[in-house]
Design a protein around this ligand. Sequence first.
Ligand SMILES: [Ca+2]
Length: 278
Amino acid sequence: MRHALLSLLVLVAVLGCSGKRPVAPADVLWKDGNQAFDDEAYERAIEQYKALLVKLDKRFARRYAFTASYALSSLRGFDYTRDLNNLFGNSGYLNADARHVFALNSVVDLPYGFQAGFIANLNSSQPFSATLNGLPADTDINGDGTGNDLLPGFGFNKGNRGISVSDLRKLVDAYNQNFAGKTTPRGGTMPTVTLPSNYQFGDIFQSYDARLSKNFKLYQEKLALELIAEVFNMFNISNLSGFNGRLDPSFGQPTAKAGQAFGFGGPRAWQFAGRIKF
Ligand SMILES: [Ca+2]
C-alpha cells in the first residue's frame, strides 16, 4: 500500500489569472482612418483565460499506470462583429471556451503477456449564440448596418453558459410579442421566429480509445514480434459540431462531425498492426 501511494503524484495548479492579452481586429485598435492608435481600445480589448488544473500521475507499479487530468477553465473576450456602434458591447465566453476538460491515459499488464491501454477524452459543449435570420435590413435591430444581430435577451455566447434550451423558448415568445412585425432602424420588418421542434445548442465531445497487444519471443531475447489491436472511438459516439445558431428551420442542427483522424473522436475505427523488435 505504501509503495502504491508513493507512486502517485498529484498536481494542482491555477493557470492564467494574469494571462490577459489585448486582442482585437486592427480596425478596433486604430482610429481616424488608421492614423492614430486607440490606446483606450487597446486597454479594453482583453481576452482572459483562467483555469484550475488537477492531475493525477500514477507511475508504472503493480502492473498498471495512469495519468488523469481535469481542467476547469474559462476564456472570455468580446465579439466585435455584433454591434459596430458599440464594439465592446458584447462581452462573454469565446468560442474556444471549454468549461470542463478531462483526459485519462492508462496502461495495464494482463496475464499471459497481454498489455492493455485505454484513453478517454471528454470536453463540455462550446458556448453558443442565437441570431435572427432573414434579410439583413429585417434583422438589424441595433441599426449598425449589419444583419447578424443576437436574439434580444440572449446575449453573446450565453447558450450552454447560463441560457438553456427552455430559456430560449421564453426569449423567442417575448421577441415575437415585443419585436416581430415592427420596423427596424433600416426600414425592414422584424421577422417572426418559429423554433424547430428539436434543437440543441451543442454536443459534449467524448472519445474512448483502447489498445490490446501481446509480445511473442521469436529468438532468445533478441527478436520479438508484437501484435497490436486498437479501436478508436469504441462506442462510436457522433461528436456533432457546427450547430447552426441562425433562427431558421435548421436552427440548432449540427453541420459537422469530428474528423476521421485516429484518436480525435471520428467514426469508430479499428487498426491492427504487427511490430518486429530486435
Ligand atoms: Ca445589427
